[in-house]
Design a protein around this ligand. Structure first.
Ligand SMILES: [Mg+2]
Length: 268
């Protein structure tokens, strides 16, 4: 009991010191980074991250991006501001740029046959296109997913481009690697998706593959199945890029996979 009391006192002192040092109120420290290492032993950050542990939001995001934290429904309410700042500030763009740079360096180093059989798989949502205009109005993932409002947004076909992905897309085309678009969006969104991709500047892809309308299939099952079909048809999947681990896992994965950031939602 005395030990617990002492830990609470030490925590209060640390929070007060951090608030003084950073000019933030103690309640805001969760959105910042100054005390992660000092607080970690007191916060017991293992286990059900972000729900019970009160893990700082950037540590929560790390667990999300590394596929350590799975099957989560919504961004913790306390992390709305953190995720919003991450997405709208320079950090999201800079993380995306690091991924695109690495993907381009890898593609440029490939020994291509020049026979037009090499392809690169691209996901759509938060990969070629950004749904930030929608999520910015819906708490950056704090609100539960809403099929009907998100479906209406998709049908508007107005999602902006993700510039770093487009840079990769165009570089691959210049190298002779054909893009294949593989999305978990259903067939009823084909027209809207094709129109949106075209409006955003994605042209010349080999295929646009969408989930069948009424078939219940997991994302990994559907996407790895479609990649297998490509492979069986004689294509060589040299690369695969998406914002969800379920875009990347499941054989055949492709010669190399590239994970884009997405702390706003989880697709299992
Ligand atoms: Mg996606």
């Amino acid at each position: 009991m005395a030990k617990k009391h002492l830990a609470a006192v030490v925590l209060a002192i640390l929070l007060a010191l951090a608030a003084g040092a950073t000019g933030m109120r103690a309640s805001e420290i969760d959105d910042g980074m100054p005390l992660i290492h000092m607080l970690r032993p007191l916060l017991h950050s293992g286990g059900d991250l972000g729900r019970r542990g009160r893990v700082p939001c950037d540590s929560w995001r790390f667990a999300v991006e590394t596929n350590t934290l799975r099957d989560w429904d919504t961004v913790p309410a306390r992390c709305e501001k953190y995720v919003g700042n991450y997405m709208l500030g320079g950090h999201y763009r800079s993380d995306s740029r690091a991924v695109a740079n690495e993907a381009i360096a890898y593609a440029e180093g490939l020994n291509l046959t020049g026979q037009g059989k090499e392809v690169w798989v691209f996901d759509v949502d938060e990969t070629t296109l950004s749904n930030l205009p929608y999520y910015a109005k819906h708490g950056f993932g704090v609100e539960p997913y809403n099929w009907s409002t998100f479906g209406a947004y998709v049908k508007e076909a107005n999602a902006p481009v993700l510039p770093e992905t487009q840079r990769l897309y165009k570089r691959l085309q210049a190298l002779g690697i054909k893009p294949v678009i593989l999305t978990g969006r259903r067939e009823d969104k084909r027209e809207a998706t094709a129109n949106n991709l075209a409006a955003a500047g994605y042209t010349g892809y080999l295929k646009l593959l969408l989930k069948p309308q009424n078939v219940k299939v997991s994302s990994i099952e559907f996407k790895s199945g479609e990649r297998k079909k490509l492979q069986d048809a004689g294509y060589v999947i040299v690369g695969n890029i998406g914002d969800q681990w379920t875009d990347l896992l499941g054989e055949p994965e492709g010669g190399r996979t590239f994970k884009l950031p997405d702390p706003m939602y989880y697709i299992g």
